[in-house]
Design a protein around this ligand. Structure first.
Ligand code: BGC
Length: 415
C-alpha cells in the first residue's frame, strides 16, 4: 500500500468495536416510578419529562448510529420499569427491551446492556435502597432476571454504572437522591452532581458511614450478581462500569501521597473488591486533576479540564486487574461542538497508544449518542453526537459525529 509521506495511521486490532452510549432515564422519557422522578416532584432536581422520547424513537436513533458507522451500542435497562413492585416483574417492559435489542441486531450493532444506571425503583429506595443489608440479594435477583430474559439477544452485560459517583453524590455531597450530605465535601467539586439543590440536603457526619455501607453493598451486589448470572448463563460476559478520576500530582511528595490516597479511595477500594467477579471492565473517563498544578486548563462546558489524552492514565489504573477493558463512556459537554472532534480524536489516539503498549482494550463508546438529561443539571449540558431539540424532538447530527464516523469506519485515526 502506498502512503503519502505525511499520512499517519493509528489502526486498532480487527474486531475492535466502536459506538456510543446512553442510559435509560437520561433519554427514554415517561418514567415516573423511580427516585429521580420523585425527587423532581419534590423540586429537588429538574424534571425529566419525556427527555428525548428515545423509548419510542429508538429505531430512528439506531438508524442514526448505523449511519454514523457505529458497530456497538451501550444502553441501560430501567429497573423501575422491569420491577415496578418488589419481586413483581413486568412482562411488557421486558418485551420492550427485547424489541430494542432486536432493533440493534437487525442493524448489525453489538449491544452492551447496563443493568442499572443510577435510578432506583421507588419501592426499593423508600425501604432504604442500598443501605439495606439485603440489597445485594435484591439487586442480584433483578440482575439475574434481566439476563435470563434478554441473554439470548445480548452477550455482554454490565451490572452497574459508576458506583462511586452514585454513592458520593447521594451520601457525601448530597446533591442526588437520597440527598444525604457530609458537610466537608462542600470543599471539593469533582463530579457531575450540580450544586443548585444542595442547600436542602441533610447534613451531618452519619452520611459518611452510610456511604461506606452503601459502597460495600454495591460491591457485594455486583459480586453476587456475577455468581448468580454465571449459574444461569455461563457464557455471558459480565463487567462493571467504573468511573475513574485520574488524580495526579506535581513533584511535591506530599501531593503525590494525596493523589495516591485519592486514587485508592475513588478507584482502588471498589475494584479491589470486585475485579475477581468481572470478565471485563468498562472505563468511564471524564476527569483529570493534578494536585499542586498551576496550569490554566482549557475547560469543557462542565468546567472540567479538557484532557482527553489522559484517558491513557485511566486505562493504566485499570490495567493491573488483568481483564479486557473497554471504554464504556468518554466524552464532553460542548454545546457549540467546537472542541468535540478534537477531543474524540485525542482520546482515541491515546487509547491507540495504550493498545500499542500492550493494554487489552476492546472497544470505544463515546458518551453520548444523544444530548440528554444531565442529572441534577437538567437538559442544558450537551454531550451528544446528535443534538436534540427538546421542543420538537428533532434530531440533528453534529459535525463532530462525522469525524467520529471516519474513525469508526477506518477502525482508527487516519491523519
Ligand atoms: C454518567 C452519565 C453522565 C455522564 C456525564 C457519567 O458519569 O454515567 O450518566 O451523563 O457521566 O456527566
Amino acid at each position: 500500500m502506498l502512503y503519502c509521506s505525511t499520512m499517519t495511521e493509528k489502526k486498532f486490532p480487527d474486531g475492535f468495536y466502536w459506538g456510543a452510549a446512553t442510559a435509560s432515564y437520561q433519554v427514554e422519557g415517561g418514567i415516573d416510578n423511580n427516585d429521580w422522578a420523585e425527587a423532581a416532584r419534590a423540586k429537588r432536581v429538574p424534571p425529566c419529562g419525556i427527555a428525548c422520547d428515545h423509548y419510542n424513537k429508538y429505531e430512528q436513533d439506531f438508524d442514526i448510529a448505523k449511519e454514523l458507522g457505529h458497530t456497538a451500542h451501550r444502553f441501560s435497562i430501567e429497573w423501575a420499569r422491569i420491577e415496578p413492585e418488589e419481586g413483581k416483574f413486568d412482562v411488557e417492559s421486558i418485551a420492550h427491551y427485547r424489541r430494542v435489542l432486536e432493533a440493534l441486531k437487525s442493524r448489525n450493532i453489538i449491544p452492551f446492556v447496563t443493568i442499572w444506571h443510577f435510578t432506583l425503583p421507588l419501592w426499593f429506595t423508600k425501604s432504604g435502597g442500598f443501605e439495606r443489608a439485603d440489597s445485594p440479594e435484591i439487586f442480584s435477583r433483578y440482575a439475574t432476571f434481566v439476563v435470563k430474559e434478554l441473554g439470548d439477544l445480548c452477550g455482554h452485560f454490565s451490572t452497574m454504572n459508576e458506583p462511586n459517583v452514585f454513592g458520593s453524590n447521594g451520601w457525601l455531597r448530597g446533591s442526588w437522591p437520597p440527598f444525604k450530605r457530609f458537610a466537608i465535601t462542600d470543599l471539593v467539586s469533582i463530579t457531575n452532581s450540580g450544586r443548585i439543590y444542595e442547600s436542602k440536603a441533610k447534613k451531618g457526619l452519619s452520611p459518611v458511614f452510610l456511604y461506606f455501607r452503601v459502597m460495600k453493598n454495591l460491591a457485594k451486589a455486583h459480586n453476587k450478581s456475577y455468581e448468580a448470572i454465571k449459574k444461569v448463563s455461563p457464557n455471558t460476559e459480565i463487567s462493571v462500569v467504573k468511573h475513574v478520576i485520574v488524580f495526579d500530582s506535581n513533584w511535591n511528595p506530599f501531593n503525590k501521597i494525596k493523589a495516591a490516597i485519592a486514587n485508592y479511595f475513588w478507584t482502588g477500594i471498589f475494584m479491589d473488591r470486585t475485579h475477581k467477579y468481572c470478565d471485563s471492565i468498562g472505563l468511564n473517563y471524564y476527569f483529570y486533576t493534578q494536585f499542586g498544578d498551576k496550569k490554566q486548563w482549557r475547560k469543557t462546558d462542565m468546567d472540567w479540564n479538557f484532557a482527553p489524552e489522559r484517558i491513557y492514565d485511566a486505562l493504566f489504573m485499570l490495567k493491573k486487574y488483568n481483564k479486557p477493558l473497554f471504554i464504556s463512556e468518554a466524552g464532553l459537554a460542548d454545546a457549540d461542538d467546537s472542541g468535540r472532534a478534537e477531543y474524540i480524536e485525542k482520546q482515541v489516539s491515546a487509547t491507540w497508544q495504550a493498545v500499542q503498549d500492550g493494554f487489552d482494550v476492546r472497544g470505544h463508546m463515546y458518551w453520548s449518542l444523544l444530548d440528554n438529561y444531565e442529572w441534577a443539571l437538567g437538559f442544558e449540558k450537551r454531550f451528544g453526537l446528535v443534538e436534540i431539540d427538546y421542543e420538537t424532538l428533532e434530531r440533528k447530527i453534529r459535525p463532530s459525529a462525522y469525524g467520529y464516523k471516519k474513525i469508526c469506519e477506518n477502525n482508527g485515526v487516519v491523519e
